[in-house]
Write a protein that binds this ligand. Structure first.
Ligand SMILES: Cc1cc2nc3c(=O)[nH]c(=O)nc-3n(C[C@H](O)[C@H](O)[C@H](O)COP(=O)(O)O)c2cc1C
Length: 184
């Protein structure tokens, strides 16, 4: 059985999302003692503070999945130079009610893929700001800004480019060490 369970949050609901493809390729680079599970955020209602005392079943599910994990990997697109609303919605939901955040203390990893040359750098910076407030230690280096180009993914979803694959393997190795250092 895996010693370390990592929740994966993808900031895109798009069926053929490049970020989900990136997430699926990267989690294959993890060691055997780590398991990775994407958490669903597509069925969360829009956050409304009135509902804090009676959170929707989908919110309770998300919070329990995060609580049961030893770390969280965020893989997100950039929308209009920030994170997509669906990701902010999920972050807000699982941070409430006040004092009962599911995120606190979970070691975070941040990656992103974009069709733009910036490779989600600005979105990631906004996300890191939020993670700092949520008390999530976030791995700082290496930063992963992927620009999606033809041939990035191979036929079975793997990272086709050997240099990019080695870079992402290095990222995973650092993240694994980060979780072991900061996880509870
Ligand atoms: C509403 C919207 C805003 C976008 N804004 C940006 C942006 O600020 N920077 C960028 O590099 N790409 C931007 N894009 C393009 C995304 O990089 C592209 O749609 C990408 O495929 C989204 O990731 P996904 O494939 O995981 O859904 C935007 C796309 C949408 C739909």
């Amino acid at each position: 059985m895996s010693q370390y369970k990592i929740a994966v949050v993808v900031g895109s609901l798009r069926r053929d999302s490049f970020n989900r493809q990136l997430a699926n390729a990267v989690i294959k680079l993890g060691p055997p003692e780590f398991s990775f599970q994407e958490v669903q955020i597509s069925d969360l209602p829009l956050y409304n503070q009135d509902d804090d005392a009676q959170q929707a079943p989908s919110v309770i599910r998300l919070k329990s999945e995060i609580a049961a994990s030893q770390g969280v990997i965020f893989v997100t697109p950039e929308y209009n130079r920030s994170i997509p609303g669906v990701l902010k919605n999920a972050l807000d939901h699982a941070s409430r009610p006040y004092g009962q955040s599911a995120w606190a203390g979970k070691p975070a990893g941040v990656l992103g893929a974009s069709v733009g040359t910036g490779g989600t750098g600005l979105a990631q910076q906004h996300l890191r700001n939020i993670l700092a407030y949520l008390d999530m230690p976030a791995l700082g280096q290496p930063e992963v800004f992927i620009q999606v180009k033809e041939g990035l993914f191979g036929a079975s979803g793997e990272i086709a480019n050997a240099d990019k694959k080695a870079f992402l393997q290095g990222w995973m190795d650092r993240y694994v060490a980060w979780v072991k250092r900061h996880g509870k």
